[in-house]
Design a protein around this ligand. Structure first.
Ligand SMILES: Cc1cc2nc3c(=O)[nH]c(=O)nc-3n(C[C@H](O)[C@H](O)[C@H](O)COP(=O)(O)O)c2cc1C
Length: 333
């Protein structure tokens, strides 16, 4: 079975990539992921906040940043708890590149278009094959327009693209009023890859303490629905590679994402739940799903069910929504 895949020009032995998560926080962890069969690894993120702390400008940022920044920072480990500063991150990255034979993708997570972006260049110098940019911005300032929020992404992308020559992917949230149009504009602005989607911060309330509960939860297969839709819509409509992220628990979700048109499928929660060795299960299951149906390569199914390629694209649209709501009183429609 030919599972070989191409992500932003990187030649991968199969389409299953380890998503940015704590499994890549140590060199041993990275080597285990490779030994378990990963085709590429996106490292955990280096946060703008960590870089700023290192530059002793973090306090100033906290004072001048909008409320949205303070809130989104709750999602992440307390800054004091973060042991891995930028230097450790770059060292780990270059050691990982030296110790493995698969592409290692650096990950930068930030929200402003300022000095921290220099680290993109350093990530390239440390040997990363590509860079993933996660602009994790929660616009809680309700005077800020959608256009302003989108502009933030473009500004960051432009700065990063002008400082590195390795491919750059942008990891998005699904919360844009016209997700497809925004993705297309990022594509036009030079994004080499689009990662759809980030697990976005959705705070819960703790009713005992009456505090906001910022914990991140591991994903479930139900979560593929939104990325599946947008990958299906964007397939063959943008030049950038498409990476599916969210909800992969088994090869079922991987096959669906590939049918929608994903170039690669990223996995985090399932590997944290079952351990890195679960990668081999996913690869074997994908292989056998294809063999049983007499496919010779993964390329044969990629995009087969995208918006452009399904026989009836209406199935992605409003008509199916009405059907999905059930027959009942809507029969008369
Ligand atoms: C514990 C944990 C830590 C994560 N850390 C990062 C991170 O540092 N940077 C990032 O871009 N995404 C991070 N993510 C998001 C994952 O890369 C991925 O996009 C998301 O979890 C959805 O995929 P999944 O359903 O396979 O978990 C993290 C996810 C989890 C569960």
């Amino acid at each position: 079975m030919d599972l070989s895949s191409n992500y932003m020009g990187l030649k991968l032995k199969h389409p299953i990539v380890v998503s940015s998560c704590p499994l890549s926080e140590t060199l041993d962890g990275i080597k285990t992921l490779e030994d378990s069969g990963a085709s590429a690894i996106v490292m955990f993120s280096l946060f703008e906040e960590q870089i700023r702390r290192e530059n002793e400008a973090f306090d100033n940022l906290m004072e001048s940043a909008s409320g949205s920044f303070a809130e989104s920072s709750d999602f992440f480990p307390q800054i004091d708890d973060v042991e891995k500063g930028p230097e450790q991150y770059l060292n780990l990255l270059s050691n990982a590149v030296a110790a493995t034979d698969i592409p290692i993708v650096g990950s930068l997570n930030g929200i402003t278009n300022e000095g921290w972006i220099d680290y993109a260049k350093q990530i390239q110098q440390a040997g990363a094959s590509a860079l993933e940019l996660n602009v994790y911005y929660i616009p809680t300032d309700i005077t800020q327009s959608g256009a302003d929020v989108e502009q933030r992404y473009f500004d960051i992308l432009q700065s990063v693209k002008s400082s590195v020559s390795i491919p750059v992917a942008v990891k998005l949230s699904p919360f844009f009023s016209a997700t497809g149009h925004f993705a297309k504009r990022l594509d036009e602005a030079g994004a080499d890859g689009l990662v759809l989607f980030n697990r976005f911060f959705q705070p819960d309330f703790n009713l005992d303490t009456l505090q906001v509960d910022p914990r991140a939860h591991l994903g479930s297969a139900e979560e593929i629905r939104v990325p599946l839709l947008w990958i299906a819509v964007l397939h063959d409509q943008v030049r950038a590679s498409l990476a599916a992220s969210r909800g992969v628990q088994s090869s079922t979700e991987i096959v669906k994402y590939l049918l929608a048109g994903a170039d690669v499928v990223m996995v985090a929660s399932a590997l944290m739940r079952h351990g890195p060795q679960y990668l081999q299960v996913l690869i074997d299951e994908l292989d056998s799903w294809l063999s049983v149906r007499d496919y010779a390569s993964v390329n044969e199914i990629r995009g087969k069910m995208s918006h452009k390629h399904v026989v009836n694209p209406d199935e992605f649209e409003r008509v199916n929504y009405i059907k999905a709501l059930g027959s009942g009183g809507r029969k008369s429609l």
